[in-house]
Design a protein around this ligand. Structure first.
Ligand code: ZN
Length: 362
């Protein structure tokens, strides 16, 4: 069976090649700074395709060796691996042209930064293509999975990874891997279906993916829309992904049900305040549940309040009251930033009403 250790070695080989090519890229900066922008661009148009090819070949060679070794541990018979293809020069030059804009605004470092992401994608892509071609060519027809490296991945990569072990090598690599993605296409020759690459749990990943779809459905949204699914995954599991949402979209985006014409999108500061402090920081003022559940409840309270309006004692304050699933009453409060009926509110806090805080209410 293919192991985590082997997956890591495949990823590490690419990371090493990337570090090499990154050094070469960085060393171009002084020359870019000293040249007129059009000459700097022409230099990159000439140099970058060569760098991509050289380092792509290194990554491909490492991946091909990895394939032979890993295969030899699982099945008998010799197999001659081959190298994957580098991207066409035209594609690379198009990327250079797209990133060259920064040269003309006096920021060559930004061009280098953008190119670094693209070059990583190209080099890792050649390694992935190597794996894919060898699987296609391999009479033992290994299964394969997209497996992330490291503790966290982005929601998009988890979606690919959630598909688990698959047949049909031709489809591997059709996925749109992004800049700086270190996910690997990993072959598996064991047909028993018992593979457990440590830390790779496609069932759990698929559960999160399905849970996001169910939430979209409950909101009356298109649960087949990948963009929406990924956004909801980032809402629901903010710490799990490299691109998790600091403030859930359901608290700021009208597409996800936040009434931004009446209540401004919740700011990171307010969200942090709601989660960490409560009004006086006391335990009884804390919401129960995950951050996403709390956000959902607040959205419900704002869109379907049992009572809303201005308390008699403060005419610039606007409150919403509703009942939480645990029976407690909750309050969200803010200040009116634009007159109207109802006015536009900037939310400042939300909390379950305790006996102590009740005394402060109208
Ligand atoms: Zn990835």
């Amino acid at each position: 069976m293919t192991t985590r250790d082997q997956v890591d070695r495949l990823a590490t080989a690419q990371a090493k090649v990337y570090r090499m090519v990154k050094r070469r890229l960085d060393s171009l900066l002084p020359r870019l700074q000293s040249l007129p922008p059009d000459q700097a661009r022409d230099l990159l148009l000439a140099v970058i395709p060569v760098l991509v090819e050289e380092h792509g070949n290194l990554a491909a060679t490492a991946a091909a060796e990895w394939y032979e070794e890993t295969r030899a541990q699982q099945v008998t018979g010799t197999f001659r691996s081959r190298l994957g293809a580098n991207p066409p020069t035209n594609d690379i030059q198009r990327t250079v042209r797209r990133t060259a804009g920064h040269l003309f605004t006096g920021d060559p470092a930004a061009t280098i930064g953008a190119l670094a992401g693209a070059v990583q994608r190209y080099v890792a892509g050649t390694a992935r293509d190597t794996i894919r071609r060898n699987m296609l060519n391999d009479p033992t027809k290994p299964r394969w999975a997209v497996i992330p490296s490291g503790a966290k991945t982005c929601a998009f990569c988890e979606m690919l990874a959630s598909r688990g072990w698959q047949k049909g090598a031709a489809e591997a690599g059709a996925a749109g891997f992004h800049d700086h993605c270190d996910c690997q296409i990993v072959p598996e020759w064991d047909k028993s279906g018992r593979n457990h690459v440590e830390g790779y749990d496609p069932d759990q990943m698929y559960e999160r993916y399905s849970a996001a779809r169910a939430e979209l459905e409950a909101d009356g949204l298109d649960s087949g829309d990948t963009r929406l699914i990924l956004a909801r995954m980032r809402d629901m599991y903010p710490d799990r992904y490299t691109d998790g949402h600091a403030v859930p979209l359901i608290l700021r985006d009208p597409v996800h049900g936040w009434p931004d014409d009446r209540v401004l999108p919740v700011t990171p500061r307010t969200w942090e305040h709601i989660l960490e402090h409560g009004p006086g920081g006391s335990k009884e003022d804390q919401f129960n549940g995950t951050r996403y559940e709390i956000a959902k409840d607040i959205r419900r309270g704002i869109t379907e309040p049992q009572w809303q309006g201005t308390p008699e004692w403060r005419d610039d304050v606007y409150n919403y009251h509703w009942r939480l699933p645990d029976g407690r009453e909750a309050l969200a409060g803010g200040i009116a930033v634009k007159e109207g009926d109802p006015p536009v509110i900037r939310l400042l806090t939300a909390y379950p009403v305790s006996d102590r805080s009740r005394r402060m209410l109208p």
